[in-house]
Design a protein around this ligand. Structure first.
Ligand SMILES: [Zn+2]
Length: 134
């Protein structure tokens, strides 16, 4: 995620400074924790079974992970290098729009919703291919 050159799963989702900054903004891990995650699966496992995150917290984690990954790829291909806080805020805004859409059946913005969900599925497939089965 950063310029450290480390691309292990543990670095990408836990040790990386940019990722730690994002998790701090989401306030979902206890401060000064000494938990270690070696993979994204470990992190999700912790959230679901130990920290008992609710659906929204899980969605936040997934969307922010996706946004950080996307931002990293954009920066690598010469695109804008966004700050972590902007990346996180944009991702949460995007998620809020999606949730408003889903909750309001009158809007019927089905195409947009499907497009979003398709991207989430693509994210999970890409993560699985990159880091082994989720
Ligand atoms: Zn990094």
């Amino acid at each position: 995620m950063c310029q450290s050159g480390l691309e292990t799963s543990g670095h990408m989702f836990w040790e990386c400074e940019r990722v730690r900054e994002a998790w701090a903004l989401l306030k979902i891990f206890p401060a000064h924790t000494n938990i270690q995650f070696l993979s994204f699966m470990d992190l999700l496992w912790y959230g679901v079974f130990e920290a008992k995150w609710d659906a929204l917290q899980l969605e936040n984690i997934v969307i922010v992970t996706w946004a950080l990954w996307r931002s990293r790829n954009e920066a690598r291909t010469g695109g804008e290098k966004k700050s972590v806080s902007k990346t996180v805020n944009d991702a949460l805004e995007y998620l809020a729009e999606y949730q408003a859409c889903v909750k309001d059946p009158d809007k019927k913005q089905l195409v947009w919703v499907l497009w979003f969900e398709m991207r989430m599925v693509i994210l999970l497939v890409l993560l699985a291919r990159r880091f082994g089965p989720l």
